[in-house]
Ligand binder design. Sequence first.
Ligand code: PA5
Length: 447
Amino acid sequence: MAFNDSTESAGPAMPRWETIVFDAAGAADFAPASALDALEADVARAARSLETRECPGADRLGWLDPEAACPAAERAAIREEAERARADCDAYVVIGIGGSYLGARAVREALRGHADGPELFFAGTGLHAGATARLLRDLRDRDVRVCAISKSGTTLEPALALRFWREFLERKYGRAGAARRITAVTDAHRGALRALAVAAGWRVFAVPDDVGGRFSVLTPVGLLPLAVAGLDIDALVAGATSMRQACREPRLRDNPAHFYAAHRHVLGARGFRTEILSAFCEDLRWLQEWWKQLFGESEGQRGRGLFPAAATMTADLHSLGQYIQDGPRDLFETFLCARETAPALRVPAVEFPADPEADDGLGALAGRSLDAINALAWEGVRQAHVAGGVPCLELTLDRLDPRTVGGLIHFFEKAVAVSGLLLGVNPFEQPGVEAYKREVSRLLGRR
Ligand code: PA5
């Protein structure tokens, strides 16, 4: 673990992992060092209970060791399947909801510049007939494959979507042709989707028994669609594995995930009940959605947990900016920004007409990179929000590449596990979702 030179002597330490820095200077007045120190033993205890598999949900900890959750041989089989798909389709329809699609979508969007395969489409993410009909129509003349992902195999939205897409493929390619174009990712031993796949002769990949939906992006659930999209899945897993080491550091201030979890806990206890993940990068919009699920579903139990919200900057400064700056002081922000997204994009010089009114005052920015301007906007926003009473944490990624994004995924997974345990909940279950499922099933006459 190295430290950023500029703050080694002044202000709080900033844990750095390869290409990601966690900086809590903007929260120092709200989460003082004494409160963090007081929590250090609890954080260490929570982390130890994960490592020794003695915490609640101990049978759901497969994600903790990314290499074991999807070993090299499994990744080779995924790559082989992906090559087959890349050879005969240009539209890959991923059917799944919640943890069975958000991770793949998040990584795909964050790494747009690295993908080169068939276009990924996502289905089964709702019950909107219009959206389903539109996608079925739009892909009529494309070479289509389908990947049905559901650990339980019985989730309403993907189960219905699969009916439509199976019919679509059978009409287009015949029954045998369709069977070659459907892959299932589901429970290793049981469930309706597994039974269906085996009966129809579809290729099947298994979701590890010890990994729950929202922690499953670095298993076949996320890695298969991402490999089809042409992304380097080994680099994703390697990034997560390396981050795992950083997230095992015993000292709170050396451990990025623990330091983040401790800040969230202290801020939550002091009345900051909403966390806004503010990304200064539009390609991270789906990563924010994945994060919302990861933290919302893992922490929000028994009246506890922070509300996970998201803002995409700078667009949302023009909608939520007023509220964040000046609304109730019960929220804090975690900024997420990549330093370099397209360094070659520099602002063109413009020649202004003689009329001084035509001068927008931005002439000095000619030749500056848009990434550098974005970073300055971020700094300005951070300063304004801190001054307005909003604690600000910052996660800076040097760049968006598979290794960095793999590291970021593990960072958040480890942080939410520790956060949930600090709150006294089981971060690997979601008992609350059963209530609405029961009601919907009753209305649908589901057995
Ligand atoms: O995190 C979770 O466990 C959930 O969000 C599930 O991923 C989601 O409900 C989909 O479940 P399944 O994969 O069983 O269809």
